[in-house]
Design a protein around this ligand. Structure first.
Ligand SMILES: Nc1nc2c(c(=O)[nH]1)N[C@H]1C(S)=C(S)[C@@H](COP(=O)(O)O)O[C@H]1N2
Ligand SMILES: [Mo]
Length: 517
């Protein structure tokens, strides 16, 4: 009897583990099969992507506020915890109420199939990775949850399994899950073709007159911790809805231009690079950037003017929107007026002297000075529909964000750092300010609500880029509050009124507390 109790105690964790292993096999096998069919058919990533796409705006705001650019790892962690809990329950239930544990796995499979087959560009085949994965998972669950043989019964053949046999089977299931998952992820991630294609990318030659001006040494204020004028690619902020970065080759890429145009065309890579490129530095900003936040970056891009293409297809006078779509189904709605008013809106193919990183849109993305990214900066862009704002809605507009979203004037204190302690005397305060496509004409700093003092501006590079500034502060001991505000080139002072990022960008003055000791 004692032996029997001991066995039962051991059985519960073993049952829960069986469920978790069954789920792991489901996901691992699903990953492997998806690598063969299409990486976006992966059950795990399909459910994740669908969650991202279907989540309400407040959930997105909460995720970005709480996790910043770690919002994806946070989503994956949340999904993993949920899967572990549900599958452990499936393991426990399968032993006592067979086949309800299998039914839980099956239900998760239905969610996976639904998510996979509703991905952009999905076919019925997108269901296969989940179906194969769930089938394998249910087999594992049934095998591992067979009855244990009571201790001392070792001699009786056919009556349940021994602990040793369970451990061997469980170990095998774990190994299969890990191996299938690792191979699947590896195949998906390298996506060898696209990586090779990007490595062989030939940078376009830009005529001397179309090159970006050289960055003057003064554009960087040379203060440790201050924002650099040029943002290196590896630290450039990344915001998108893609859980798996699209990996297109230049051969696969094409841009279909259709809708309210005289001539529909499909532009292939060779057609694009036969055009005349220009090179420009442009500062991108995300509408989700909070006051004082760092969802902005400045790069030098080479690309092909969007206006030339629009002129070529002949845009109808009634149209007012360019609805651009990425290969993974994201859309943005850009006012045609902004694309035709002479600003340097381009289909960019390079970023800071290298082919676009995959994360930033390889092989082709839009860069439009003066507009927040969600209404203009479509990465992996493959489709342009010329339409009207009263006929079409883009991804974030459907989720409560504004149709029109010019970048608001903003300024930020970078140095001293948040809650820094500095020595009394002369303290260098430094930061950045932006008002893309209008330009920054002044930055002012004040201490403890005192009078505004004019900061020293770095030379203006262009109205489409941010402008760094410094201010020498005669700091007295104590805790002080620093505040900054910028004025754009039209003389409009940055508003003090606090607004949230949603629906069209945060406002308010950046404030920082500093202890002088
Ligand atoms: N395909 C695609 N393009 C996209 C997005 C996206 O989710 N998918 N996000 C946009 C948003 S909200 C911003 S702020 C910019 C960010 O560009 P970056 O990641 O290169 O900094 O990309 C834009 N382009
Ligand atoms: Mo954004």
């Amino acid at each position: 009897m004692a032996e029997h109790d001991e066995d039962a105690r051991w059985a519960l964790p073993a049952r829960a583990l069986s469920g978790v292993l069954a789920a792991a096999v489901t996901l691992g096998v699903g990953e492997l099969v998806a690598a063969v069919i299409d990486t976006s058919a992966s059950p795990f990533f399909a459910v994740g992507s669908t969650t991202v796409d279907r989540s309400p705006s407040w959930a997105r705001e909460f995720a970005i506020d709480t996790f910043g650019t770690n919002d994806k790892p946070a989503l994956f962690a949340g999904m993993s915890i949920l899967i572990v809990v549900l599958s452990a329950i499936a393991g426990l239930v399968e032993r006592t109420h067979r086949p309800y544990g299998s039914a839980i796995l099956l239900a998760l499979g239905v969610v996976g199939v639904y998510a996979a087959t509703s991905r952009p560009g999905a076919s019925a085949a997108y269901a296969i990775p989940t179906i194969v994965g769930v089938t394998a998972g249910i087999v594992v669950l049934r095998v591992l949850t067979r009855r244990f043989r009571a201790i001392g019964d070792a001699g009786t053949a056919g009556e349940g399994m021994s602990r040793r046999r369970f451990l061997v089977l469980a170990g095998t299931a774990a190994a299969v899950a890990v191996a299938a998952g690792a191979v699947g992820r590896h195949l998906a991630e390298t996506v060898a073709d696209a990586v090779r294609n990007r490595m062989g990318f030939v940078l376009p030659t830009v005529a001397a007159a179309d090159r970006a001006p050289t960055i003057p040494p003064g554009a960087d204020v040379g203060v440790a911790g201050a924002t650099t004028f040029a943002t290196p690619n590896d630290v450039f902020y990344r915001i998108d809805t893609a859980l798996q970065v699209p990996k297109l080759t230049t051969d696969e890429w094409c841009l279909r231009i259709h809708g309210m145009v005289d001539r529909e065309i499909t532009l292939r890579w060779d057609d694009l690079v036969a055009r005349t490129p220009i090179e420009r530095a442009v500062t991108l900003t995300c509408v989700s950037n909070e006051v004082g936040g760092n969802l902005a970056g400045n790069a030098t891009w080479i690309g092909y003017p969007m206006r030339d293409l629009l002129d070529e297809v002949g845009v109808s006078a009634d149209a007012d929107m360019l609805l651009s779509t990425s290969s993974d189904g994201f859309t943005s709605g850009t006012p045609l007026a902004a694309l035709l008013d002479g600003r340097d809106a381009i289909l960019a193919v390079t970023m800071n002297g290298e082919p676009l990183p995959f994360e930033h849109g390889y092989p082709v993305r839009q860069v439009v000075p003066g507009l927040y990214g969600y209404v203009s900066a479509t990465k992996w862009v493959v489709d342009w529909e010329i339409t009207r704002f009263d006929r079409a809605q883009a991804y974030w507009t459907r989720r409560g964000w504004a149709e029109q979203a010019p970048i608001k004037t903003a300024s930020r204190i970078d140095v001293p750092a948040s809650f820094a302690r500095v020595d009394a005397g002369t303290v260098t305060v430094a930061g950045t300010a932006w008002a893309q496509h209008r330009g920054i004409s002044r930055v002012e700093v004040r201490v403890d609500d005192g009078p505004w003092r004019t900061a020293t501006l770095a030379p203006e590079y262009s109205i489409d880029t941010w402008r760094q500034w410094t201010w020498q502060w005669q700091a007295s001991p104590g805790t002080h509050t620093l505040q900054v505000r910028a004025t754009d080139a039209a003389g409009e002072v940055q508003t003090e009124d606090r607004a949230d990022p949603i629906p069209d960008g945060a406002t308010g003055w950046h404030t920082r507390s500093v202890t002088v000791g």
